[in-house]
Ligand binder design. Structure first.
Ligand SMILES: C[S@@+](CC[C@H](N)C(=O)[O-])C[C@H]1O[C@@H](n2cnc3c(N)ncnc32)[C@H](O)[C@@H]1O
Length: 358
């Protein structure tokens, strides 16, 4: 679900022609520029008219918005935009809510940037924008900045003679896929419960039946914890994994590789925004899910409710939904209008489990 963002207003402000004296991109032409992770902004569209603008965006809804509005050099995988040698004249980094992911993006941007190229960073103050400007000082670079709309933009020139290469390596290596303690699974920083398994998801596993018959799905699969559980415990023989984040889909593929290579199983992956693109109607026998309820850092109860509506329409008549939710989230009333029976076998410890039949 797309949101109008303060930091986009700031980006458009800094890049507007009225601010020629403080706009580090004023008058640039013919340059290779990368925006990572890029969200639509009118100023990016303007930059793309006179430069080659590539955009990295792993979230399907934001990816679709960029394509629909004519910014179609967008990729869901950063590897595709990586070149062996520093390639970009400028990189624009949008800060996210995750510290490790931000340091990875800053480090990776510096790695991709030519010497003397421009690194431009912007983000909301709540995501610690001022702190990341200090991180650029720590790595040896001087910055200029503008702040407005509860957001901050800052920029620097890459200077190979000043850059602390050990710190750069540390930022990049911390952002790579990590093993999750006490599991066989790996996750990228920035994904849901990347540091340790989610208590709610574990609780859902404890309430699943011994067998899930037919073909079902994991809605919002993340790095594949629930799918891995039902496959490795022989509860399900196959599963369709849906997520709007391509990084999650790639991690889920890696975590489920032993099942994918088994020809007796059908494991499919769908990089899809379930709230707008949905899933095929009346096709599934069961769905397991721990639905999201955050957009960036903000709570959005409607997001989880849309997951419930999509689950109800994707299930066949008689199909079963197995869901965990945080206790305060309002699903009960909505579920009554979509499911013929609803059980709550557990409520406590901050979570509630639903087992519902269409
Ligand atoms: C609470 S996490 C659950 C992850 C995983 N199933 C688990 O139990 O560890 C919710 C997942 O939904 C995904 N998600 C959020 N919005 C989505 C959307 N609009 N469409 C599809 N997936 C979405 C997130 O990327 C995240 O992986």
């Amino acid at each position: 679900m797309l949101k109008a963002a303060n930091e986009t207003k700031l980006l458009d402000y800094v890049f507007s022609s009225e601010n020629a004296d403080t706009n580090p991109f004023e008058g640039i032409e013919g340059q290779n520029i990368l925006a990572m992770p890029g969200r639509y902004a009118d100023s990016l569209k303007d930059i793309s008219k006179h430069n080659t603008l590539s955009i990295y965006q792993p979230l399907k809804d934001y990816y679709n918005a960029l394509k629909e509005r004519g910014l179609d050099q967008v990729q869901n995988n950063l590897g595709v935009l990586t070149h062996e040698e520093p390639f970009y004249d400028a990189v624009i980094v949008r800060l996210t809510k995750n510290k490790t992911e931000n340091l990875f993006h800053l480090g990776y941007a510096l790695f991709l940037l030519k010497n003397q190229g421009t690194l431009f960073v912007y983000g909301v103050n709540d995501n610690g924008a001022a702190r990341f400007e200090k991180e650029l000082h720590r790595i040896g670079l001087e910055t200029e900045h503008v702040y407005k709309h509860k957001s901050r933009a800052f920029w620097t020139s890459k200077d190979d003679t000043k850059l602390d290469i050990d710190l750069l390596r540390e930022w990049i290596s911390k952002g790579l896929s990590k093993h999750i303690h006490d599991t066989e699974l790996e996750a990228l920083p920035g994904l849901f419960s990347a540091d340790k398994l989610d208590k709610g998801s574990i609780m859902l596993c404890e309430h699943l039946p011994k067998e899930l018959k037919g073909f079902g799905a994991d809605f919002g699969c993340g790095y594949g914890f629930l799918s891995h559980y039902v496959l490795s415990n022989d509860i399900a023989s196959g599963i369709a994994c849906f997520d709007h984040d391509n990084r999650a889909i790639e991690c889920a593929k890696a975590n489920l590789h032993q099942f994918i290579s088994d020809e007796n199983r059908v494991i499919t992956f769908h990089w899809q925004d379930l709230t707008t693109e949905g899933a095929p109607k009346n096709t599934l026998d069961w769905i397991i899910m721990n639905p999201p309820f955050h957009d960036d850092a903000d709570e959005n109860k409607r997001l989880g409710q849309l997951f419930v509506e999509q689950a109800a329409s994707a299930l066949k008549k008689g199909g079963m939904l197995y869901m965990v939710a945080n206790n305060h989230l309002p699903y009960e009333k909505l579920m009554v209008s979509h499911f013929s029976s609803i059980e709550k076998p557990h409520e406590g410890g901050g979570y509630k489990i639903f087992i519902a039949k269409v």
